[in-house]
Design a protein around this ligand. Structure first.
Ligand code: NDP
Length: 424
């Protein structure tokens, strides 16, 4: 743990920037971006999407000392929700002092499909498609030669016959190594190219040709192993560890809990995915569908106790189709800054950090939830939001928050009353 980061949360912005400067994490141009708070300008925004009338801001925070695969990162998080950054910070430190997160990258490919219908003999169509695999892969690669030149490209084809109420689809899955890109546009271009050949080969009609966000060929596993006594300073931590294991079992069997369990994981994941300029809808779609891979929606993480070693072991496997190039990654100055803080990771390393942030966030939530309860920590931070909503300006904000936290009913009406009393 580097001492320079201690008490980072108590410092003002200038002091925080000085810490970052002294840690030599940013070159001059990136320091300027952060110091001047350079954000997306209107002209750039207007070239990114349609009907632009302005830009929209969110808080940009950092979490120091986050250890993944023996490397220490300063993690950028973009979120509007109080307590997410503090939770990531807290759990990240516990894991960092326990050896950090260790990740395994299972594969890094994307899948797209062409759905064909009106085929008289589906089994025969499947046979013909598989016999023409080499031709179809060549057609896909000819449609997007630059990815092949870079060392990637279409590498496999699979076929499934799926039926629903007397309608049969022959679905052709194309697997593509998209290298550093997420690959949606690449896949869509390739799929539209093979669609014509598939119609000719099978006599069927293509319904659609599109990337699938169920990115099961981009799986990453992150793990951590925490000594029981690092989980809490109150006792030896064994009871808390057992309760965290129970919470993870509970989230596997109760969909009401699973949804919230996973939402906690995505408090962290969405925040870093947004900061890194990636498509967070694609990541959400991939991971939420992966949560239902066993036929029912389940909690995504698993926590188990090792009583011999007196450790709690956490594990999270997710599809993480993120990129280091493409989309808006090279365009938004805040994204450039976030990537620089992360030491410009490639797509696989970025995915490893992201999944680890998800597991950290999950640990923080479960630790609070089965320990002292989630509200104590949450309401502390919520008090600040209430005070601002009640009209507290910076000069009285701390006083309002202090008073509000002592009140039995912490709500907007109480916050307004306190602000009025102070201003009277
Ligand atoms: P791009 O269309 O931006 O393609 C990636 C770009 O990165 C290409 O221009 C490629 O160059 C370039 N590149 C540079 N270096 C590399 C490298 N080492 N490896 C790979 N590419 C490299 O993005 P994607 O195809 O990745 O598509 C992602 C975008 O599509 C996102 O904005 C996403 O929001 C959107 N999208 C998502 C959908 C979904 O999720 N269902 C559907 C449709 C769109 P070159 O051309 O020279 O190869």
């Amino acid at each position: 743990m580097e001492k320079i980061w201690s008490g980072f949360y108590k410092k003002n912005r200038e002091e925080r920037l000085n810490v970052i400067k002294n840690a030599n994490l940013l070159d001059e141009s990136h320091l300027e971006l952060i110091e001047k708070n350079v954000v997306l300008d209107y002209e750039t925004a207007n070239n990114m999407v349609e009907n632009v009338v302005g830009t929209f801001s969110l808080p940009f925070s950092v979490v120091p000392d986050f250890v993944v695969d023996d490397k220490t990162y300063l993690v950028p998080l973009v979120t509007e929700e109080p307590s997410v950054v503090a939770a990531c910070n807290n759990a990240g430190k516990i894991v960092a002092t326990s050896g950090g997160f260790k990740t395994t990258i299972h594969d890094r490919k994307m899948i797209g499909h062409v759905a064909l219908y009106d085929i008289k003999d589906a089994e025969n169509a499947e046979k013909i498609i598989l016999e023409n695999k080499a031709l179809l892969l060549a057609t896909a690669n000819e449609a997007y030669p630059s990815i092949v030149k870079r060392g990637g490209g279409a590498c496999d084809i699979d076929v499934k016959i799926l039926s629903e109420n007397e309608t049969t689809f022959v679905v052709v899955y194309l697997v593509v190594d998209t290298l550093e890109a997420m690959g949606a546009n690449m896949l869509n271009t390739m799929l539209e190219a093979i669609k014509v050949s598939l119609e000719t080969l099978t006599g069927g009609i293509s319904l659609m040709a599109i990337l699938s966000n169920y990115a099961t060929s981009s799986l990453i596993t992150t793990k951590c192993e925490i000594p029981f006594d690092k989980l809490t300073s109150k006792d030896n931590g064994e009871d808390l560890a057992k309760r965290i294991e129970l919470a993870s079992k509970f989230a596997k069997i109760d969909v009401y809990r699973a949804a919230t369990h996973n939402k906690g994981i995505f408090n962290g994941i969405d925040s870093i995915v947004i900061a890194s300029g990636n498509d967070w809808r694609a990541v959400e779609a991939a991971c939420q569908s992966y949560a239902a891979k066993n036929g029912r929606y389940e909690g995504l993480s698993t926590w188990t106790c090792n009583f011999e070693n007196k450790t709690l072991i956490g594990e999270l496997t997710l599809p993480m189709p993120v990129a280091s190039v493409g989309g808006s990654i090279g365009i938004n100055p805040s994204v450039k800054l976030a990537r620089h803080l992360l030491k410009n990771p490639n797509a696989k390393t970025l995915a490893s950090i992201i999944v680890s942030v998800g597991l950290a966030q999950n640990l923080a939530a479960l630790r609070a939830l089965v320990g002292e309860g989630i509200q104590k920590g949450h309401m502390k931070l919520h008090a600040k939001s209430l005070a601002i909503l009640a009209g507290a300006t910076n000069d009285i904000l701390d006083e309002v928050v202090d008073k509000l936290r002592k009140e039995k009913h912490m709500n907007l009406a109480t916050a307004k009353k306190i602000v009025e009393e102070i201003l009277d």
